[in-house]
Design a protein around this ligand. Structure first.
Ligand SMILES: Nc1ncnc2c1ncn2[C@@H]1O[C@H](COP(=O)(O)OP(=O)(O)OP(=O)(O)O)[C@@H](O)[C@H]1O
Ligand SMILES: [Mg+2]
Length: 360
């Protein structure tokens, strides 16, 4: 996959910026707070409809404006798309080749970009919610029906939790909800089981010389992949769930543990190992998406190389050298190995403007 051009209008600190990509590697260089992350964020938004760091539409729009627009010319395999994302405070509207995309699932997985940043460390050491979100986005991009199932599940869970809180307890209604929850929840767990089975050997082969210990992903489902077992567990917990007003069984309680050898990485891996494992998860994600879509995703490296020493930087750049397009941000171009600079387009970012240093 390749982004041929990107046009930003009133997006974050960009007023009107158009850029045409020419090289497999684009290096966005600039001081802090100039718009490097914003630029990568806009590409991720086109790919997935969401920002890697911001939930509120309003904050994506230039401070004094009401709308933002991102337009990209995209190439994946033999196909070309022109995608425009319009953002206002209340909604995002994606138009691809003049048709409005009605459902996110119709676009997910068509053009994949992966955002890699130091915040990915949270995947290794943070709360389970981040790991569930990682699995869900990947499943959504791999398989369009998953998003629908997950949305249905969330709604059913909400209904069950509010039914549990009612003083006049309707057990017939709860029976129906439990049956539906068991159907959708077990489907999610089967999806996540299959994904982790695929992901586990892929993660284990990434960046082995940096991590220096076998990485194993161990799924901890909050329910069962078998509908009957799942429904029985819901029934067993109903009384307890009534007391707390929450549902204690289901994929919303899932997690996966990351092991280095026989130890939990979260607790025992070194900081450098944890960072490399986070990166390995992203690279495994990229490999899975490449297989699902038949074309490798675009990699967006945001400050990832910042805290690495030279051999590790070189190892990572070698591991991704076969990707069609990589964008990376840096505050210091001289930190990037000469071999990469040789095939890179180096762009200066300053106050929401992109330019080539030699054009000054
Ligand atoms: N909605 C917005 N409207 C206008 N400017 C914004 C908006 N949101 C963020 N900014 C500005 O964008 C700048 C930050 O941009 P960005 O995060 O892309 O910086 P960066 O170049 O990645 O910096 P660093 O090297 O520190 O990561 C800040 O100056 C911030 O005030
Ligand atoms: Mg940044």
């Amino acid at each position: 996959m390749f982004i041929q051009s990107l046009a930003l209008h009133d997006f974050r600190n960009y007023r009107d910026q158009h850029y045409r990509f020419t090289q497999p590697v684009t290096i966005l260089s600039g001081e802090n707070a100039q718009g490097k992350t914003n630029f990568l964020e806009s590409i991720y938004l086109i790919s997935s409809g969401r920002s890697p760091r911001e939930r509120k539409n309003k904050n994506l729009i230039a401070f004094d404006q009401a709308n933002a627009q991102i337009t990209a010319e995209l190439q994946t395999g033999a196909r070309n798309y022109r995608a425009t994302l319009q953002i206002n405070a209340d909604e995002k509207r994606l138009t691809v080749d003049h048709s409005v995309i009605q459902r996110a699932s119709d676009w997910m997985g068509t053009f994949n970009a992966i955002y890699l940043s130091p915040a990915d460390l949270e995947l290794v050491i943070g709360e389970p919610g981040g790991r569930r979100a990682f699995l869900d986005l990947l499943l959504t991009r791999q398989n369009r029906s998953y998003l629908h199932t997950a949305q249905q599940y969330q709604q059913l869970l909400k209904n069950r939790n509010s039914a549990l809180k009612q003083s006049a307890f309707d057990s017939g209604y709860l029976d129906t909800l439990d049956a539906q929850l068991a159907e959708t929840g077990s489907a999610m767990i089967r999806g996540r089981t299959a994904l982790l089975t695929e992901l586990d050997p892929l993660v284990a082969t990434q960046l082995t010389e940096i991590i220096n210990a076998p990485v194993i992903l161990r799924y901890q489902p909050g329910g069962s992949g078998a509908v009957d077992v799942y429904r029985d567990r819901l029934a067993q917990k109903r009384h307890l769930d009534q007391l707390t007003g929450t549902t204690s069984v289901g994929p919303h309680r899932d997690d996966f543990i990351i092991m280095t050898g026989d130890k939990e990485a979260r607790l025992f891996a070194s900081n450098g190992q944890q960072r490399a494992i986070a990166l390995a998860l992203r690279l495994a994600e990229a490999q899975l998406l490449r297989d699902a879509a038949g074309s490798p995703p675009v990699l967006l490296f945001d400050d990832v190389l910042l805290e690495l020493d030279e051999p590790n930087t070189a190892a990572i750049l070698t591991a991704v050298s076969h990707y069609e397009q990589i964008l990376m941000t840096t505050t210091a171009v001289d930190q990037i190995p000469q071999a990469v600079l040789g095939r890179a387009d180096i762009v200066q970012v300053q106050h929401g403007t992109l330019f080539h240093p030699e054009a000054l």
